[in-house]
Design a protein around this ligand. Structure first.
Ligand code: NDP
Ligand SMILES: O=C(O)C1=N[C@H](C(=O)O)C[C@H](O)C1
Length: 265
């Protein structure tokens, strides 16, 4: 499978180049960065700390997608929406790891998925996708007398909050309770907030250092609490998950898939 990595010079872009180069069943056909990027012209392998791969970084996504079977995209929301339209035109696989997507962005991905095979997830790791399943079950079993709070910590460079993973876990908890997350989501607390509203799902965001990604879902009852946690030690695991998703989606019909579909959860 010929794969394009977009956002090739990003933290995840470099990991994705390595994952493609080191995985069986796929090759790196192009590496894309935005116009004016200092990475343009550099060899993608060298950029990712590998031997040269003879794939220079370019800004010509249209030509790259036309000559590929799939694209791995961990960039930014506006870029991802534009790449989804190009992936739809090229009828290829589009693996979307980008977080911070708005409702409008998600609607555009849905539209693109009538022609592209899109796998979209706020987290490509096995552990987090299993955790979402557990959270759904626990939220269903425990009911409203247990307050749900979701805490996450990421590196100082992260630009969106709460993390895509935290929102995914929040959606799972809300589904377990049979409610719409939008109606119970509390993402900020400051000053005299009043007592906690029963049924709310709270989010706490921490940023600092080089933390790859830590998530906890706390079910706080009266006299007891239950916490489910995940610690990501290396962002290579997200890249490996993205390659797995691309290979899985290659023979599938157009549609919008999740990592839970890929992992068979
Ligand atoms: N789903 C998952 O499992 C995971 C998701 N993520 C998400 O992936 C995204 C990227 O994270 P990270 O790698 O840390 O961020 P970085 O900022 O390090 O990388 C993003 C890269 O995308 C590039 N980019 C932005 N717009 C374009 C464009 N139009 N064309 C080409 N390249 C573009 C950026 O270039 P420039 O710097 O010039 O803007 C940058 O090189 C985030 O949304 C993050 O939350 C991260 C890890 C795991
Ligand atoms: O920006 C990151 O780094 C990460 N982003 C994803 C998110 O928003 O949940 C996944 C992972 O936790 C790392």
């Amino acid at each position: 499978m010929r794969l394009v990595v977009v956002g090739a010079d990003g933290r995840m872009g470099r990991m994705l180049i390595r994952a493609v180069a080191q995985s069986e069943g796929c090759t790196l056909s192009a590496a894309i960065e935005r116009e004016g990027s200092p990475a343009l012209g550099q060899d993608a392998g060298l950029l990712a700390g590998l031997q040269p791969l003879d794939v220079p970084v370019t800004d010509d996504a249209l030509a790259a997608f036309a000559a590929a079977d799939g694209v791995l995209d961990f960039t930014a929301p506006a870029a991802t929406v534009a790449f989804a339209e190009l992936a739809a035109q090229a009828r290829i696989v589009h693996v979307v790891g980008t977080t911070g997507l708005s409702e409008d962005d998600l609607a555009k991905l849905k539209a693109a998925s009538y022609h592209a095979r899109i796998v979209q997830s706020g987290n490509m790791s096995l552990g987090i996708n299993l955790m979402a399943e557990l959270v759904r079950r626990v939220a269903k079993a425990l009911g409203d007398e247990f307050d749900i709070e979701i805490a996450e910590m990421h590196h100082r460079m992260k630009v969106d909050a709460p993390s895509g993973t935290a929102l995914m876990l929040g959606e799972a908890a809300a589904e377990g309770r049979g409610v719409d997350l939008k109606t119970v989501r509390v993402s900020t607390r400051d000053g005299h907030t009043g007592a906690r509203r029963p049924g709310d799902i709270g989010f706490a965001t921490l940023r600092g250092g080089s933390v790859v990604g830590d998530h906890s879902v706390i079910f706080a009852g009266t006299g007891e609490s239950l916490t489910i946690s995940h610690h990501a030690a290396d962002r290579g695991l997200f890249a490996t998950g993205a390659v797995k998703a691309a290979l899985w989606a290659h023979p599938k019909p157009p549609g919008l898939y999740t990592m839970a579909d890929v992992l068979g959860l």
